[in-house]
Design a protein around this ligand. Sequence first.
Ligand code: SF4
Length: 264
Amino acid sequence: MEIKRVANKGVLRKCNLEGFNFQIDPYFGCEHLCEYCYGLNRARFDWEKQVLIYEDLVKELSRELDVFPPQTIYIGMNCDPYQPAEKKFEQTRETLLLLSGKGFSASLLTKGVLATRDIELLKKIPDASIGTSLAFLEEGTRRLFEKNSPPNIERMEMLGEMKNAGIETYTLICPVMPFITEVPGLIELAAPYSDTIWVYPLKFESTKDPNWQKVSKILEKNFPDLVEKFTTIVFSENHYYWDDLREELEKINKEIKANIRMEF
Ligand code: SF4
């Protein structure tokens, strides 16, 4: 993977997630290369070959932040802030240090276990939170879609260390792939380590999405019997598959009180 430095043309971006005004992606691109990655649809270069890092990240970001009151910034919408490049380039750590110094807080999403390096820093940032995502219970299936990311168990160990340190944690069960993602099993795995569990379905805007094309190739090769019904569900406005899943998860939520939030 080539790591290329580029000019910083504004790294503080508007965030559409509820509860956040702004997001920061300390990298542009992601070495984890998950086949379903939504960020791929926004890429203007070849993610398979390059990750971009920003020149003068801290200087420019500092200038951008100065016009806003302190608040919590979301980190990790379009890249993984603890992808392997972070070990050497420390763009995420520098971002956290800057935010903390200016009285801002951060909520991070990562599959990268390198996050534990920053536990002491996160402990000092009021209201900081960190989450990870899970989509496949079975390791062989996980590797088909997420071959470069750490296994589930390592993500849970990272989250457990954060929770033990008093940092708020969450897990996204995301993306839920019909008939493949074992949502109840993943909730059982994540519940001990997570203050909140969010469940998000797999979504694509159209069959032309590059990440749908990648996912459908994997389905055709490994789950040929599922392709038709999977495609119908993913591209339906409403499908009873989601109603049935919602009902099942509501029951689980009552039983184990896992603070499950369903985004479908
Ligand atoms: S870790 Fe996240 S940002 Fe990176 S490729 Fe996977 S889904 Fe995309």
